[in-house]
Design a binder for this molecule. Structure first.
Ligand code: NI
Length: 652
C-alpha cells in the first residue's frame, strides 16, 4: 500500500463507519451534533518507515441538550474507539460551532429586553429583523463553561434585501445556545439604522451592464498538462503532490516533490492553512469581543462552495468533490469544491542578446489548485500555485460583504470615528484584520532541516568597504523555538531560508527553499488583550517548531470559547531544538483592512499570501527545459532574426 493511501481524505464510507461505531458505543445520541470529523494522520516518522498505518478518525461531538462534549478517536480497522476525552470547558474550551447554533438564536426575539431595545429604535416588525450570532470568546467568570453566542441584529426590508446594509447598532445579546437563556443585553448607544440598500445581487439595483465586454475564451485543444490519480495524487510537469481536503483546514497537500533530472526530490511533507482569524478593531461595548477564528471556531472547509464552470473557473478545469461530515455525522459531499487547472502567467524567462544577436523567450504557466468558502458575510478563495521555476505561491482572495455598523456622527460632515470607515450614508465598516496561519511541515530533501534568517545589510565603511557602497546578505541561524519567533522586516528584505545541512548543491552549499513574506501587520491588539492570548500565533510572522504529530492548530485544538494560551505559545515553552531537526514552519500573513468606499456593497477581491522558492536547491535555473510556445506570433528561438544591425552591442 502506498503512503498516499494512509494520508488520503476520508471517504464517505469511512465517515459512515465512524458514525456507526460511535452510535454503537452510545456517543451519537439524538441531541449529539458532530462538530468536526476528520482523518487522524499517522505519525510521519513511523509512516515514512512503515509505509502504512491504521486509518483513524477524530470526531468532536457536542450534546446540545446537556453541553457535554467529547473528542473521540476511532480505529476503522478495529471498529472501536481508541481514545475518548470529555472536555472540561473551563480549561479546554469547546468544540467548534455547529449549524444548530445559527438557528436557536431566533428565541431571542421573544426576549422582552431585546424587544424593548428594538422598540426604542422604532423597530417593531420583528419579522424583518435578523439575529446574527457571533463566536463569543470568554469574557467573564459568569460565562465560563457555558456555550455562548453574542448576537447582533440587522434589518431586512424585504425577503430579498441585503441585511448587512442595515445594522442595528449598539445592541449585543449574550445568549446561551444550550439552555437558550438570554444572559445579558448590552444596549449602550442609539444610532440611526442605515437606510440605503446595497442589493448588488439584484440587476434592478445595479443598473445596466457595461457595454463592450467581449468574451475571453481559454482553450487547451490537447487537454491540460496534469494528471490526477489514486488518493488525489496530482502530477504536473515535474511536480507531484497529494491533494486532500479537511473540514477544518480545507485543502491539505502531502508529499510535495519536484523533479530534478528524473529524481522526485521532497520539498514539503504537509501544507495547509491551519487557522485564520478576523479581529475587529472597534473597542466599543457592543463589539470589542468581535473576533472570528474561521478554521478553529467555524471549520471553514465545511463551507466550501460548489464551483461553476465559466463563472468561478475558466479554461480546462478538473473538479474534485469535497467529502466532509455533516453535523449529523453522515457524509456530506460538496460537488465541484476543488478546482484544478493551468493558467498562463506571462513570461517565464527572456533575453535579447546584443552581443551574440540571440533572442530567446519562454512563456510561464502555473498549476492552480483552489477552493472558495463562504463564512458569514465574507467569501474567501484559497489558491495554491505551483510554477515551472519551482515557485510555490499561496494567495487568499478575500471578497464578499464587509461587516457593517452604524457610523457614529454620520452626516455631520466633520465627524471622524477612530475605529471604522463610512461606506454609505450612516453605514460604517469597523477596521479589522484577516490573519492566516500557514502550517508548512517542511521536508527539503529529507527531514533534517534548519532555518536561516536572511536580510540585507550595509557593510560598515572600512578596509572592506572603503567607498561606503558595499552591502551584503546577513545569515543568522534560528536555533531554537524561542529564537525562531520572528517578525518580517521589509526595509531589510527579511526572508527565511529552510536548508538541509546534510545535502549540498553542486557549489557545496546546503540546499534550500526560501519563504518570502509579504511582511504586512501582525495582530494589532496589545499584549494584555483577550485576543492576544487567544491568537498569540498571529503576533509573529514566523514560528518554527519541532515536528510533533498532535501539534496541528496554532491556536490550539479547541479555539471556541477558549480562554487562551493554547497552541504555539504553549508548545514553544519547551524551546526545542529546530536546527537540523524535523521542523514545521508556521507563517502568519494577512490583510489589515481599513474598508474603502469602493468595498461597498460587495468588495472587489483583495489578496494576500506568501511565496516559497527554491534557493540553491537546483544546480541552475530549473526551467531551462521548457519548450518554446507554438503560437503564431512567436518567432523561433536562438536565431538572429534581423533588426540588430546598427545596434550598439555594448553592455549595460
Ligand atoms: Ni476585510
Amino acid at each position: 500500500m502506498p503512503i498516499s493511501a494512509s494520508l488520503a481524505t476520508l471517504t464517505a464510507d469511512e465517515i459512515t463507519s465512524n458514525r456507526a461505531i460511535l452510535e454503537r458505543e452510545g456517543l451519537a445520541g439524538p441531541d449529539v451534533h458532530f462538530s468536526y470529523v476528520g482523518l487522524v494522520e499517522p505519525d510521519k516518522r513511523a509512516l515514512l518507515v512503515d509505509g502504512t498505518a491504521d486509518r483513524r478518525v477524530r470526531s468532536m461531538l457536542v450534546d446540545m441538550a446537556t453541553n457535554d462534549s467529547w473528542d473521540v478517536v476511532v480505529s476503522l480497522a478495529q471498529g472501536a474507539i481508541v481514545s475518548t476525552h470529555k472536555l472540561d470547558h473551563a480549561v479546554d474550551g469547546q468544540v467548534p460551532v455547529v449549524l444548530d447554533e445559527f438557528h436557536v438564536v431566533e428565541v431571542i426575539k421573544q426576549n422582552p429586553e431585546w424587544q424593548a431595545a428594538m422598540a426604542k429604535r422604532g423597530l417593531t416588525d420583528f419579522d424583518k429583523l435578523v439575529i446574527n450570532p457571533l463566536s463569543a470568546g470568554v469574557l467573564s467568570e459568569a460565562e465560563t463553561g457555558r456555550r455562548i453566542q453574542r448576537c447582533f441584529t440587522f434589518v431586512m426590508d424585504s425577503p430579498d434585501d441585503l441585511g448587512w446594509a442595515h445594522p442595528v447598532d449598539g445592541v449585543t445579546v449574550m445568549f446561551d445556545v444550550v439552555t437558550q437563556e438570554v444572559l445579558e443585553v448590552v444596549d449602550y448607544v442609539e444610532l440611526p439604522v442605515p437606510l440605503e440598500s446595497g442589493n448588488f445581487h439584484l440587476a434592478s439595483w445595479r443598473g445596466p451592464d457595461r457595454e463592450g465586454v467581449k468574451p475571453i475564451e481559454i482553450t487547451q485543444p490537447q487537454g491540460p498538462s496534469f494528471t490526477i490519480g489514486q488518493d488525489g495524487r496530482l502530477s504536473w510537469l515535474g511536480w507531484n503532490l497529494q491533494v486532500g481536503f479537511d473540514q477544518r483546514e480545507g485543502l491539505v497537500f502531502h508529499n510535495i516533490t519536484i523533479d530534478d533530472e528524473g529524481t522526485a526530490r521532497p520539498v514539503i511533507y504537509r501544507a495547509s492553512i491551519a487557522e485564520m482569524m478576523v479581529p475587529y478593531g472597534d473597542p466599543s461595548p457592543q463589539r470589542w469581543f468581535q473576533n472570528f477564528f474561521d478554521c478553529g471556531e467555524y471549520l471553514l472547509g465545511g463551507f466550501a462552495n460548489s464551483l461553476e464552470l465559466g463563472c468561478d473557473c475558466v479554461g480546462d478545469i478538473t473538479y474534485l468533490d469535497a467529502v466532509v461530515a455533516g453535523n449529523d455525522g453522515h457524509p456530506n459531499v460538496i460537488p465541484q469544491a476543488i478546482c484544478i487547472h493551468e493558467e498562463d502567467t506571462g513570461i517565464l524567462w527572456k533575453h535579447t542578446d546584443n552581443w551574440n544577436g540571440s533572442s530567446v523567450s519562454r512563456r510561464n504557466r502555473r498549476l492552480v489548485v483552489s477552493f472558495f468558502v463562504t463564512v458569514g458575510n465574507y467569501d474567501y478563495g484559497f489558491y495554491w500555485y505551483f510554477g515551472l521555476d519551482g515557485t510555490i505561491e499561496f494567495e487568499v482572495k478575500a471578497t464578499g460583504v464587509v461587516f457593517t455598523s452604524a457610523y457614529p456622527g454620520a452626516g455631520t460632515g466633520s465627524s471622524h470615528y477612530l475605529f471604522a470607515s463610512e461606506l454609505a450614508p450612516g453605514l460604517g465598516a469597523p477596521y479589522h484584520q484577516h490573519l492566516f496561519s500557514a502550517r508548512l511541515d517542511m521536508m527539503v530533501d529529507g527531514l533534517g532541516n534548519s532555518v536561516d534568517e536572511l536580510e540585507a545589510a550595509l557593510v560598515p565603511r572600512g578596509p572592506e568597504n572603503p567607498t561606503g557602497t558595499g552591502f551584503t546578505q546577513l545569515v543568522t541561524r534560528l536555533k531554537t523555538e524561542t529564537d525562531a519567533q520572528r517578525l518580517a522586516d521589509n526595509a531589510k528584505g527579511r526572508a527565511w531560508l529552510v536548508t538541509n545541512p546534510s545535502v549540498q548543491n553542486r557549489l557545496g552549499n546546503d540546499v534550500g527553499w526560501v519563504l518570502l513574506p509579504e511582511g504586512r501587520p501582525v495582530l494589532l491588539a496589545d499584549a494584555e488583550s483577550d485576543i492576544h492570548k487567544r491568537a498569540t500565533f498571529s503576533t509573529k510572522h514566523l514560528w518554527v517548531t519541532e515536528y510533533e504529530p498532535s501539534e496541528l492548530y496554532p491556536a490550539g485544538d479547541f479555539v471556541n470559547l477558549h480562554p487562551g494560551g493554547a497552541g504555539l505559545p504553549a508548545w514553544t515553552k519547551a524551546d526545542r531544538n529546530v536546527d537540523d531537526n524535523d521542523i514545521v514552519l508556521w507563517h502568519t500573513f494577512g490583510l489589515t483592512h481599513f474598508p474603502r468606499v469602493e468595498d461597498w456593497p460587495i468588495m472587489p477581491v483583495d489578496t494576500c499570501g506568501f511565496v516559497l522558492k527554491p534557493h540553491g536547491f537546483f544546480g541552475r535555473n530549473p526551467a531551462m527545459d521548457i519548450p518554446e510556445s507554438s503560437g503564431d506570433h512567436c518567432a523561433p528561438s536562438g536565431h538572429d532574426h534581423g533588426g540588430h544591425e546598427g545596434h550598439d552591442h555594448h553592455g549595460h
